[in-house]
Design a protein around this ligand. Structure first.
Ligand code: ATP
Length: 543
């Protein structure tokens, strides 16, 4: 955003105001004060302002989220991160002048202000703020950093509780298409015409209501992402994202995994897939890593025993779905196994429950903030993680009228359908499906010992959407080479990886998890882009 002079804050102080020193513009912060003064002023965190501070004076630095001036009184909402508190100014108090109210009125929303105030208990909860049982009685207020007069969008609009689908830029078109389909179906049933008319009227009424509400569209949010990241709901999503990564690391550290950092600049074609980003690395061909797969396996051959990585993953997915990105954060792990790949499944099950419980226990405030704007049902979970054999999953689908070839991977619709059926039958929103057909898995997947058409592999699902993919890997050089050739990959392109198996590789397995998908599905959000700081899709390479 360009800042024009008209957007800049201007205010002329009335020098005759006896309270003129209680407000104004703070000096530009250039570290000009004596450093020994540093800790003399304690800034109060908004999240810690509560009834226990009743009657006490506090000083805080916050964003001016809202300002309502009515004659001789002012009501402000001050925000720090995701936390907000109400602040009031009344001229009748004798501590506030009319000129001070004018000064506050002229401040641009989203400016940073320093406020000293007295904390006061309130008889009725302040519903619009996170700090509900108190308000602040303002004594001084200084502008520290001004925001522009014209903001990319209004914070209040971005915080409004609306149907999240309305935020999608192509929502109206999608809806029209759906309606056309629906109309066609309805026309075929004459007797249902009356019902249709009633339904249409209801729909129109609902739409009218929705249109009246100002909705900040996804592209507007993403084009102005820095401002959008300030929106408490958006910020809460990223606190949850940090939480998932933190809990992932914490759990695996406790199980003696070593954190690794594998290269993202790869010679040749990463795993031989088609969706790679290619580029010139000085004068040779290279690509961006599609996963840390080959490197984490090489660390197992190097006897690291158990490794994990949290890092970027690049996929040239030329499609727009609500769950695919061109760059996402992979939560990857790989471990030696003694006898059976269920050793990995046990770790994965425990890991996910650790993450789910950790989010519930440690991030209750963030979950509440997201839930207020985008309501979601908490996950239902079985006491023990459900491990469902592939054959059982297919049976469940076909018995319920869905078409599914046992030798082919699930498509998105069947994945969702199976999620619903599993929820009904087993009462869980999280489960692991194991024993996939070989057509659905990459070359390095260990075949099933009893049937070569199947594999020792697994996916995990939250609310019927894939979040994890993994398998026991082939650790025998000759078998691996055979499978590479079977998939039509030139072994030369994988020579460093393949040769490392000649050194003798322990039996091992692992998994790759999409961080953004875990966040999206834990809180039941529709679009994955809400869970990426600066998303990348085929059309979006900035900001
Ligand atoms: P999908 O079938 O959903 O496209 P995939 O089979 O290509 O995923 P893997 O390559 O096995 O997925 O990746 C492991 C995990 O990484 C997935 O379970 C998912 O959580 C995440 N993931 C994969 N591709 C993407 C993507 N393009 N954007 C975001 N997350 C992804």
């Amino acid at each position: 955003m360009t800042s024009t002079n008209e957007e800049k804050f201007t205010f002329t102080k009335d020098e005759s105001d006896p309270l003129k020193d209680k407000y104004g513009v703070s000096p530009f912060i250039q570290s000009q004060f004596d450093p020994s003064h540093r800790f003399q002023v304690k800034f109060q965190k908004i999240c810690e302002i509560n009834q226990e501070l009743d009657g006490q004076q506090v000083k805080l630095r916050a964003r001016l989220q809202r300002s309502r001036i009515k004659g001789k009184s002012g009501f402000l909402v001050l925000r720090e991160g995701v936390f907000t508190v109400q602040a009031c100014l009344f001229v009748e108090d004798g501590k506030i002048s009319k000129q001070m109210i004018n000064f506050v009125n002229s401040l641009h929303l989203e400016s940073i202000v320093d406020v000293t105030a007295t904390v006061k208990k309130v008889p009725k909860p302040v519903e619009s703020c996170t700090q509900k049982d108190v308000e602040l009685s303002v004594e001084t207020i200084y502008l520290v950093v001004s925001a522009p007069k014209v903001l990319p969008f209004q914070m209040e609009d971005a915080l409004r509780k609306v149907n999240p689908e309305l935020e999608e830029d192509d929502y109206q078109q999608k809806k029209k298409d759906e309606e056309k389909k629906e109309e066609k179906k309805e026309e075929e049933k004459d007797d249902k015409k009356k019902k249709k008319k009633e339904k249409k009227e209801k729909k129109e009424q609902k739409e009218d209501k929705e249109k009246k509400e100002i909705v900040v569209k996804m592209n507007t949010r993403l084009d102005n992402r820095v401002f959008d990241l300030r929106v408490p709901t958006t910020m809460a999503i990223f606190k949850l994202q940090a939480g998932v990564a933190h809990l992932f690391r914490e759990y695996l550290d406790s199980k003696n995994f070593i954190e690794i950092h594998s290269p993202k600049l790869i010679g040749g074609a990463s795993e031989g897939g088609s969706n790679v980003f290619k580029f010139k690395y000085f004068n040779q061909d290279a690509c961006l890593a599609q996963s840390p797969q080959l490197y984490k396996q090489m660390c197992i051959i190097a006897d690291f025993k158990r490794v994990y990585e949290i890092g970027p993953v690049f996929r040239a997915e030329n499609s727009f779905t609500s769950r695919h990105l061109c760059e996402f954060t992979g939560l990857d792990l790989e471990m030696e196994i003694k006898e059976h790949y269920f050793e990995v499944l046990d770790i994965l099950g425990e890991l996910f429950y650790y993450i789910f419980n950790g989010l519930k226990e440690r991030y209750a405030k963030e979950l509440e903030i997201v839930n207020n704007q985008y309501p979601f049902e908490p996950l239902i979970l079985t006491p023990q993680v459900l491990k469902l054999p592939w054959t059982e999953g297919i049976k469940l689908l076909t018995e319920n009228g869905f078409k599914q070839d046992i030798n082919e991977d699930l498509d998105t619709e069947n994945e969702k359908a199976l999620g619903k059926l599993v929820r009904e039958k087993y009462k869980t929103d999280f489960y692991i499906l194991y024993g996939y057909p070989k057509s659905a898995r990459p070359f390095y997947t260990m075949p099933d010992p009893d049937d070569d058409g199947f594999t020792n592999s697994y996916d995990a699902f939250i609310r019927g959407e894939e979040v994890l993919s993994g398998a026991q890997r082939i650790h025998d050089y000759d078998l691996l080479l055979e499978k590479v050739k079977e998939k039509g990959i030139n072994p030369e392109t994988l020579s460093d990886y393949l040769n490392s198996f000649k050194l003798g590789a322990p039996a091992h397995g692992g998994a790759g998890i999409g961080l953004e998908r875990v966040v999206k599905l834990f809180i039941g959000l529709g679009n994955i882009k809400k869970c990426v700081l600066f998303p990348r899709d085929p059309k979006r390479l900035k900001p």
